[in-house]
Write a new protein. Sequence first.
Lengths: 139, 566
Amino acid sequence: MENKKKALLLNELGKAQKREGRLSKKELAKIAKKVCMPENEVFSTATFYSFLTLEKRAKHSILLCNCPAEYLRSSDKISKYLEKKLKVKLGQTTKDKKIYLGMTSCIGLCDKAPALLVDGKPVVNVTTKKIDELLRSLK
Amino acid sequence: MQITIDGKILEFHKGQTILDIARTNKIEIPTLCYHKMLKPEGRCRVCLVEANSKIVTACDTLAEDNMQVVTTSERIRRLRLEALNLIASTVPKETLRKENELTKTMRLVGFKKPTYKHNIVKDKDKSSAAIWKSMDECIVCGRCVQACSKMQTVNALSYMGRGYSTIVVGSENQPLKDTTCVSCGQCSLFCPTDAITEASDISKVEKALRLKSKIKVVQVAPSVRVSVGEFFGLEPGTIVTGQIVASLKKLGFDAVFDTNLSADLTIVEEAKEFVDRFKKGNLPMFTSCCPAWIDFCCEFYPEFINKLSNTKSPQMMLGALIKTYYAKRLGLKPSDIISVSIMPCTAKKREAKLKNINASNVKDIDYVLTTRELGQWLKSKKINPAKLLPAEFDCPLGESTGGGALFGVTGGVMEAALRTAYFYIKGEEMKDPKIEPIRGTKSLREFEVNIGKNKVKGAVAHTLERAREIIERIKKGESFDFVEVMACPGGCIGGGGQPKPVDWEAIEKRAKAIYSIDENKKIRLCHQNPDLKRVYETFLQKPGSKKAKALLHRKYPKRGKPQQQD
């Protein structure tokens, strides 16, 4: 029962995120009622996953995978390059509010590390060159 | 079924965890996030053991038949040290120098100093009048969240984020005062460090004690006298009433009064109210001496607010008497007196700051200290109550009965109230004041007591989870006449301001001590209290009189928690 509720919760959160682009307090309360779970637990779940957001994010999002496999393929260089190029730190949105740069837990692409998720689509074997191309296409 | 732990063959039954079996057989496995009164969550990884050569957490792994468990090996030692290294590197160095559960576990495992560098989260929340939260000391053991959500079903705390950046915040990242928090303080009681504490008032009280123009008065709650000794190496349940009085005098208070007396007063008024309502209707009546329960009822079940007894809690009643009756006797203004109370409770801190709670034109209670704060304060002043000669409470508010003493334990208010209600209904005293079916440690107890031809159906609940259960049952149509609720496990003796770390055996020992105080009193019926008789004769007239109603009763909001002043 408990596990079923939890599975249902993630489903609902995902749907709302897709629909609204963020999870407002009102939305969280509505979902809590729907799945019969306390609001504080729904909130904790919403802040746990990097695909779920409370604030509206920028038009585009670049999420960097942060698992050890990525580090071994020097993803730190990639993240530093991205930070330099976008002039933001990880977890921040660019000044023109167009691109959000963040981290995510394993996205299952460790064999093609370093990997990014750009607006939900994977970009694999990332190099600085690829990033330049990518940023050009986003602008 | 059998299990082998460190070469010893041990019997166990289904449902026991490895840790359960080890502890019952006195095999030591270090733990940190585990607490006997909560569900194990296996967060801290300090209790790691080898079970059938696999590494598992002992606290939440169920034992299996013929399992081979090893609790000490080089591999396990290294893993435990690593777990502690990761935890200890997230707290400030000062925390590692303090005496707390974290440092105790560190000593047990043999861990010295963290080697990782980690940004320490600085998130402080001092919005609540009762509880302070500072996340730098938090090790995310999860006990507070579990105590709040599962034991109390209040859901005022939640986690935010994941992994190392996880912090515990007020529900939905609001300041604690804006959440559903009822100030019970169980989060602070279960906290293994000092990440969550009571809102400290020691320095304010020390400052107030230096004011020469004021009379400084202090009161001591029923359950403090059976627990404060634990700070000074005494067994839980050691009764140190006289020693507390002596040490408070040493700290500089002019008069020390007994909250047990106002507990008697609460009973006299509450039993009167109950008898009236028993005859006229509007039942069940809920007890009103636990401020966390009042907050809970107002927040979650506003439709039951009119079922709460409108008598004030003993703390506020004595506060009212101190600033009116006592002030009048001394020919002083209420503002000339500074009134402090020593409580086992964090919610009392908020209660003292509520709007519409005062009988005088100033605050009836100026400051509230918890048992823990008293312990800390005495230690810092190098006063050891265990070594002092006992002293007596001061006149005119120092005499108390056995009934008042019972307020410290779950079921106590009910028992004392029924003793007095019996007198009000039948006009004669109870032969044996002990009412056995009310006593016990079960978290929800139901009983029937015959008073003459009348049957009183009552229930006693402790922890707010059980309070919720009883209200839900009443909503479904069950009927009760009288319901006692205490927010904390075991009643005030397990209160949120009591010595840490809490454990159930200590609570039971404190309960035994409370019952022995009752048994050893010559007068065990609240309405026979001689000091109170004098208060009624010279000041309040009679129970339920206009003056008593004005000073000792209170009004509740229509919905939502009672509001604080400013």
